[in-house]
Ligand binder design. Sequence first.
Ligand code: THU
Length: 136
Amino acid sequence: MNDRELIKLAMEAKENAYVPYSKFKVGAALITEDGSVYIGCNIENASYSPTICAERTAIAKAVSDGHRKITKIAIVGDSHYTYPCGVCRQVIREFGKDSEIIIANNEEDYKKYNLNDLLPNSFGPENLIKEEEKDV
Ligand code: THU
């Protein structure tokens, strides 16, 4: 699956966004290590805080199917270049430290980043190993 195809899936997923409150649609599509593809949209809630972003919807679908390594994720939103929120950056960090992150307006107009561009000096699973537990 190439970048354009992944962006197209993210654009299609965006149309399923449930956004009665913000009216701001976001779609995401990701590829896992073995080539599996998952899509997600943002899903809002009348109580507001249970809202889940498109990126985390797609990641939750992938992880719940047993995939723990994301290699690429494309994000398309209603604004000109919709960047992932801080919470989504941290969740991408958990399952896609080395992933490519595509921020797209459409299939022809997009920018590519790596996680370190968007979340430098990040905290992740390996940082939970305490100094005294290393080399044991
Ligand atoms: N949203 C996403 O889906 N992904 C992001 O990374 C940014 C924000 C959603 C959440 C909410 O439904 C709407 O966009 C407005 O914040």
